[in-house]
Design a protein around this ligand. Structure first.
Ligand SMILES: Cc1cc2nc3c(=O)[nH]c(=O)nc-3n(C[C@H](O)[C@H](O)[C@H](O)COP(=O)(O)OP(=O)(O)OC[C@H]3O[C@@H](n4cnc5c(N)ncnc54)[C@H](O)[C@@H]3O)c2cc1C
Length: 414
């Protein structure tokens, strides 16, 4: 039942509820597939892209399909953080919801935790699954939504879920008094560094490990290529290798957003030489060749979160004339938080599952739903923050191995 003012807390979701999901990237699609299968919701999905064209290889984290608290917590890097941040009862509740996920969807999720998969294959599979469920059709609209469109279409009792990614449509609109476009009123951000994300294909198996990051960069005093173990995979004939090279803010300004190895060689020969040395060492080990050219994008590596992942601030004001006072709004996926060193799709999927689990509890008050989602996203943020800072610190240390004093300067012990 919709509220009459901003102070009612016992209000629950009643009757058939319309849910508007903005953005059909991986997270918006999973959110849609989960709610589509839940009694009492009709889902409307909005997307501006006509096709799924992102081919980068990604892998989902095994905790997404965990069936016990112990397997949920198992993680090479932040096992202890998970145990410290999450209560085992909360994890259990999440596992119970996972067990209710329809088998068509669960089979897909299990597959994606087994090995690497192109991002657009995940998007297409989810999209096809949604379309194939004829008994509960999802209304899909191809449109570039504006924040104003989103507010206008909200009817009383509707739910709005923003899955529009890093440059979220609504994140900074979720707090009253947000100013002009570009005003990051609800965004907390730490710029970790500027980097080149360099991807190449290699015609042999390349088993990337932590030692490569050191040994293959021994002669690279600057511009070390740090491959991501989690994003380097062999598909049976080709290795897909992705890694980052730290660059300065000045370098960043002088580069286009996307370019290839030729441009790099002509304009930043020192970076190209570092890449040559790194790749040369892979070739020495495995006698392979690069297939095609380097694909390079330059990006700021930002760790960020929405200070409010729901419309709770609007509800607090009780301002009758604003749609976000009355209709629940949630940020899920990259629109809520992100880290360059975290498997962000898995994080987004985890939040989507949690939110769908809350929606399935029809006796839960709206206020509880908002509070619990805020708490959960904050816990996830703590995990992401701790892990990202640790990885950045380790990376900074690795970059000065061999220079003892530079290394000691970066070690803060006791
Ligand atoms: C180079 C690179 C490599 C990465 N590698 C990995 C990896 O290995 N593993 C991993 O887990 N993650 C990786 N990520 C991150 C991962 O791609 C994102 O976390 C993930 O795509 C986020 O999903 P999302 O659905 O939240 O947002 P997005 O994928 O950004 O999807 C948002 C969707 O909303 C749509 N949209 C946006 N605005 C509007 C609007 N106004 N109206 C309508 N539709 C709109 C967009 O078209 C898009 O389809 C990588 C990211 C980058 C940039």
């Amino acid at each position: 039942m919709p509220r009459q003012n901003g102070s009612v807390s016992a209000e629950t979701l009643a009757g058939p509820v319309r849910v508007h999901v903005l953005g059909a990237g991986p997270v918006g699609l999973l959110m849609t597939a989960l709610l589509q299968a839940t009694e009492g919701f009709s889902v409307h999905l909005y997307e501006k892209r006509r096709d799924y064209s992102r081919t980068r290889m990604v892998q989902l984290a095994p905790y997404l399909v965990a069936d016990s608290v112990a397997s949920y917590c198992t993680d090479y890097i932040d096992e202890e953080s998970v145990a410290a941040i999450f209560d085992s009862r909360e994890i259990d509740e999440g596992l119970a919801f996972r067990r209710s996920i329809p088998s068509d969807l669960m089979t897909l999720l299990r597959g994606w935790t087994q090995g690497f998969c192109p991002l657009n294959a995940i998007e297409r599979s989810l999209s096809d699954l949604i379309d194939a469920r004829h008994s509960r059709p999802v209304q899909r609209t191809l449109t570039a939504m504006t924040a104003e469109d989103a507010m206008t279409m909200l009817g009383p009792g509707d739910i709005l879920i923003d899955c529009t990614g890093k440059n979220s449509l609504l994140r900074d609109r979720l707090v009253p008094g947000a100013g002009a476009e570009g005003d990051e009123a609800n965004t907390f951000q730490i710029r970790l560094e500027y980097a080149l994300v360099i991807t190449f294909l290699y015609g042999q198996a390349y088993d990337c490990n932590e030692h490569c990051k050191y040994s293959k960069n021994l002669e690279n005093a600057q511009y070390k290529f740090i491959p991501s173990v989690n994003r380097t995979c062999y598909d049976g004939s080709i290795s897909h290798v992705t890694g980052i090279v730290h660059i300065s803010a000045e370098d960043y300004e002088r580069m286009p957003s996307r370019f290839d190895g030729h441009w790099l060689r002509d304009n930043f020969p020192h970076v190209a030489e570092s890449m040559d040395r790194f790749i040369g060492k892979i070739k020495e080990e495995t006698n392979g060749e690069i297939v095609g050219d380097l694909e390079i994008i330059r990006i700021p590596l930002d760790l960020y979160r929405a200070r409010n992942a729901t419309n709770r601030e609007w509800r607090r004001t009780g301002a009758d004339d604003h749609p976000f006072t009355h209709s629940p709004v949630f940020l899920v996926g990259d629109s809520a938080m992100g880290s360059p060193y975290f498997q962000s799709i898995s994080l987004g999927f985890e939040c989507a599952m949690f939110l769908a689990g809350l929606h399935a509890q029809r006796d839960l008050s709206l206020q509880d739903m908002l509070d619990r989602y805020e708490r959960f996203t904050y816990q996830q943020w703590l995990r992401v923050y701790m892990r990202s800072k640790m990885i950045k610190h380790n990376k900074d240390l690795l970059e000065c191995v061999g220079d003892t004093f530079a290394l000691l300067d970066k070690l803060h012990i006791y």
